[in-house]
Design a protein around this ligand. Structure first.
Ligand SMILES: Cc1cc2nc3c(=O)[nH]c(=O)nc-3n(C[C@H](O)[C@H](O)[C@H](O)COP(=O)(O)OP(=O)(O)OC[C@H]3O[C@@H](n4cnc5c(N)ncnc54)[C@H](O)[C@@H]3O)c2cc1C
Length: 361
């Protein structure tokens, strides 16, 4: 089969890319190995409010068009994030966001791509790419442009000779029932070594989870999760899933030949807080528009790499810097407690906002 654009992965990155390059006679094929888009949910489901995104990524434009979420997909709203130290001291910072119904949200994004003219094939895996031809469970597909939107363990990146994010932290998430304060909570210390545990409130419960640095884990991930759930007083939960969060910042190159990487596959995640949904969508819009210009007007495909870096490069670099700073303290509860006290509410607010926590460097 021959298409203009093959997009591997129908998560936020792939579906958004597809939406922005489909139409006007271009044959855009979006494939995903999942039978049901968006399921299972491997996510905390938190999306920062648009105004918070503008403040963290001031070079972005038209985020309303991209990130306005219909209320049917919103499961909760919060106005604060509380960062909790190993000793239980809470630092509450104003930060608005919503809790998504991620299962429905991903389906919605895929539907927008289809409405724009893309073809969607679920239960379809890309197995390998050789000399620009993708071998998939639908057969061989030759494409003018191949997009790897296939997540942190991107097979596309591997096969087209692009680097994958080298640090990928495991994270476990699940759904808990009950009544939770409408405040997002992030717990630091040995409960979540090298990462953090979270409680992200929903109308009738919460998404709870733990992300951790694999080399600091003692025991099994599920034991770590059970300890965390017990500590925060969650007696039962359902839908435990595990995924990986890129934590090493964007990869050095996101375009090679006719292939490009978008979203987690490119390391498009805020390393200091693990948030990747809006970043994947911002990059996806840039990717989709660049592909269109490439196919219609012949502009070079690697304009994509330059364009997303202009918009998101600096905040993502700051976020990585903060994560690396955290690495100095996280292995010890005592040091984590100390660092959080020194930073205080303001410093911690800067850390989660992708701003350097100190001005000195
Ligand atoms: C536990 C956890 C909690 C998180 N919490 C948050 C949060 O609260 N807020 C936030 O903003 N971010 C969060 N993230 C990060 C966020 O989920 C990702 O950054 C985001 O999903 C990236 O979108 P994507 O489209 O790049 O990748 P994905 O959403 O991972 O989509 C990739 C798609 O590619 C498909 N695929 C993979 N390989 C193939 C193949 N070979 N063939 C066909 N299809 C393939 C997969 O099935 C998948 O559907 C979390 C991540 C984890 C793991």
């Amino acid at each position: 089969m021959e298409v203009d654009v093959l997009i591997v992965g129908a998560g936020p990155a792939g579906s958004t890319t597809a939406k922005y390059c489909a139409g006007k006679g271009l044959d855009v094929l979006l494939i995903d190995r999942r039978t049901e888009i968006g399921y299972p949910v491997q996510c905390g489901e938190f999306l920062p409010a648009i105004k918070e995104m503008y403040s963290m990524f001031p070079e972005t434009i038209d985020l309303e068009e991209l990130l306005t979420v219909d209320s049917s997909l919103v499961m909760g709203r919060s106005e604060f994030i509380e960062l909790v130290s190993p000793n239980g001291r809470g630092y509450r910072v104003p930060f608005e966001g919503i809790t998504l119904d991620r299962r429905a949200f991903d389906k919605h994004l895929a539907k927008l791509a289809v409405e724009a003219g893309a073809r969607l094939e679920t239960a379809t895996s890309m197995n390998s790419i050789t000399n620009g031809v993708a071998s998939t469970t639908l057969g061989e597909i030759k494409a003018k442009v191949i997009v790897g939107a296939d997540g942190p363990n991107s097979r596309t990146a591997r096969d087209v000779g692009l680097q994958r994010p080298d640090a990928r932290y495991p994270a476990i998430a699940c759904q808990a029932e009950g009544s939770f304060e409408p405040v997002v909570k992030m717990y630091f210390g040995s409960l979540a070594p090298g990462g953090y545990g979270w409680v992200i409130p929903k109308h009738n419960g919460a998404n709870i989870g733990v992300g951790f640095r694999p080399d600091l884990l003692m025991g099994k991930p599920t034991e770590l999760f059970d300890r965390f759930a017990k500590k925060i007083g969650v007696p039962s939960y359902t839908g435990l899933t595990m995924g990986f969060v890129p934590q090493s910042g964007p990869v050095d190159r996101t375009v090679r030949g006719n292939a490009m990487l978008v979203g987690d596959s490119a390391g498009h995640v805020m390393a200091s807080n693990g948030g990747g949904i809006p970043i994947a969508m911002i990059a996806g819009r840039i990717a989709g528009k660049t592909i269109k210009e490439h196919l219609e007007k012949g502009i070079p495909l690697d304009a994509y790499d330059r364009r997303w870096r202009e918009v998101m490069g600096k905040p993502l670099a700051n976020s990585l810097w903060t994560r690396k700073l955290g690495d100095l303290f996280f292995p010890s509860d005592l040091r984590t407690e100390f660092a959080m006290r020194v930073l205080g509410r303001r410093g911690l607010a800067r850390a989660i906002r992708c701003t350097k926590v100190f001005y000195v460097i």
